[in-house]
Design a protein around this ligand. Sequence first.
Ligand SMILES: [Zn+2]
Length: 173
Amino acid sequence: MTWWESLVVELERFFRGAEVAAGVTVPYDQLPDPPTPEPPADTSLASLRPDLVPVFQNLEDRLSVTLAAVGWGLRRLETRRNDTRQGWLWGIGRLYKAPGRDGIVTDVKTARGPHGEGRAVDYAYVPYNPGTSPSEADLNTALASVAAETGLTWGGQFHLSSGDTDPAHWESA
Ligand SMILES: [Zn+2]
């Protein structure tokens, strides 16, 4: 068990252990605040698995062109994650809440997941021209077309345990 997994066990016991263990849903507004500041996100492509750096560079090139055609721009949010950050994110929506987040954001508790292995990147999609409101349906069509072209897995096409999709997320095998 890593130090972070030990901490999660302690947090579950301290805050909500009985409820979490019993599978009882705790209302989001009743969750406690995070026990530590948010560990920072790594946004560098260079921290990915080396063979995937050109793969994600190619993905970004394709996304930039395809999204711009329908009025959207691309912003890279996060690449590789360490145990500390993955565990902190796992706790969001389960053990504690954080500003701007209102539910489960990942089903992975430790760095053994796709971000921990350096084979996933998260992006934000923003209007190409600030103040405009491009079509979200066009955005989703464009994202799905790039997923089909590149063969990468796009999170808009799978579901987290919460039932939500994860459209920010792209990953390689
Ligand atoms: Zn992700």
